[in-house]
Ligand binder design. Structure first.
Ligand code: HEC
Ligand code: HEC
Length: 403
């Protein structure tokens, strides 16, 4: 496990910085074209935001009763370890006065963070002795990060930004309720990756956690275009992965799961979807790309490199009209002999990835096999024999960074 800072150091630093001003920043950068395409009733969007950030759909049944992760978090995970596992801390929720040095709570800082509802994507309740009684997870666990305003891992929320630091597999593998074989699979995933089908089909081939922004106007969701709208996949994940109470059935893959005898998901899906559709892709930071090179790259992208034949329209995807067979796509075969991800999906095909905000979330392709945008373009150049020069590859990469 990567050490960030020794515990004492960390909290001393927090005490020194002594902030916790509680100012909330709105992370979403304005993008009118996308915002207008989204459902825009403010009350619905606000309700969806609360669900996205804080709703567990009753999945404490799974994370607490079945996996018993609350015991581990309560006793064994210190804040520094939590940060090293990629968990993020919401600065706007932190009350620093509760973290004075030598406070007995110091020894159970993660518990205090949870009590303040400051761990992004985790929800806890407590018993009379102050121990964690229940633990559940929310969408924000994987699809939010923070802007590191205070320290790495501690800042204001950035909803929709994939948490590519999160080692979800390592967290799940801490459960005392799993077999050694299951633990080995979970531990094999690494940071920023998760296999949302392993617990259904028993096969192992994790994918990168994708952004949940920039999806307005795109009628196919997931890498393989399994659903026509976000709510389809939210129900899938909410029930089959997060363990929320409700039902998901998909005849194309044979997945059929019901948790609990109540339904804590269906009524929340419309607002949850509206919130996600309101999340726009972040603009590239000023000075992060070479504008002249990007202009040359655009000409190649639209022209001889053939990228725009699939990455077309305002979202740079043809997803609304077609999907693509794995043979057309340059990201297979999978690394480490993993089974084709498409073969495990409902469509058996891939959706052309939308490219707005693509600068923000390396590594690329569903399996993360391209570490940089230069590597993406090189892969296309080799696999599709495009005959691009090194300079052309750089130019297209600069263009991608500008989207
Ligand atoms: C444990 C991590 C995890 C959690 C929790 C999680 N997701 Fe995901 N999400 C993923 C992964 C991995 C994928 C990629 C799956 C694929 O495309 O096949 C994904 C895909 C998606 C997509 C598709 C994006 C696209 O480009 O089409 C959306 C939207 C999404 N998730 C939203 C949500 C919402 C809303 C929730 C809460 C109900 C949620 N996710 C919970 C890991 C997670
Ligand atoms: C045949 C259609 C097609 C063509 C042509 C095509 N792409 Fe793609 N592109 C896809 C598909 C499908 C994916 C998703 C693959 C995956 O996730 O494994 C993708 C993924 C990507 C990604 C990764 C996005 C992410 O979020 O990880 C980038 C970047 C990209 N393409 C750029 C390009 C460039 C540059 C070109 C031209 C050199 C190009 N594409 C040509 C279909 C195409």
């Amino acid at each position: 496990m990567k050490k960030i800072l020794p515990c004492s150091c960390m909290w001393a630093l927090l005490a020194l910085v002594g902030c916790g001003t509680g100012s909330s920043t709105d992370s979403e950068s304005p993008d009118d074209s996308e915002a207008t395409a989204a459902v825009n009733d403010p009350a619905t969007i606000e309700a969806g935001k609360q669900i996205f950030r804080f709703d567990t759909f009753g999945n404490e049944t799974y994370w607490t009763e079945k996996l018993r992760l609350h015991e581990i978090v309560d006793e064994q995970v210190q804040p520094v370890e939590a940060l090293a596992l990629g968990l993020k801390v919401d600065l706007d929720k932190l009350d620093f006065t509760k973290f004075v040095l030598k406070n007995p709570l110091f020894a159970s800082g993660t518990r205090e963070l949870l009590r303040q509802d400051a761990v992004v994507g985790l929800k806890a309740t407590f018993d009379e002795q102050g121990r964690i009684k229940t633990l559940g997870v929310t969408c924000a666990l994987c699809h939010s990060t923070v802007d590191n305003a205070l320290l790495p891992g501690i800042g204001h929320r950035l909803d929709g930004w994939p948490n590519r630091d999160l080692d979800a597999g390592a967290i799940i593998a801490m459960s005392p309720a799993l077999t050694a074989e299951q633990k080995a699979v979970y531990k094999s995933w690494g940071k920023g990756k998760y296999d949302p089908r392993y617990n259904q089909d028993g096969r192992n081939g994790p994918v990168v956690i994708p952004p949940a922004y920039g999806l307005a106007g795109i009628k196919r969701v997931t890498f393989t275009g399994d659903g026509d709208e976000i709510a389809y996949w939210n129900r899938y994940v909410g029930v089959t992965q997060m363990g929320g109470h409700g039902t998901f059935t998909e005849p194309r893959t044979g997945v059929s799961v019901t948790n609990g005898s109540d339904d804590l998901i269906s009524s929340k899906l419309p607002a949850l979807q509206a919130y996600q559709l309101s999340l726009v892709a972040p603009r590239p930071p000023a000075g992060s790309f070479d504008a002249k090179a990007a202009q040359r790259g655009k000409v190649l992208f639209d022209g001889t490199a053939g990228c725009a034949t699939c990455h077309s329209g305002p979202k740079f995807t043809d997803a609304n009209t077609r999907l693509h067979a794995p043979a057309e796509v340059v990201s297979e075969p999978e690394p480490d002999g993993a089974p084709s991800y498409a073969s495990r999906s409902a469509t058996k095909q891939y959706r052309t990835s939308p490219l707005r905000g693509v600068w923000q979330h390396p590594p690329y392709f569903h399996n993360g096999t391209a570490p940089t945008l230069e590597a993406v373009v090189s892969t296309y150049n080799t696999r599709k024999s495009l005959g691009l020069s090194e300079a052309d590859i750089e130019d297209i990469a600069e263009y991608l960074k500008s989207l």
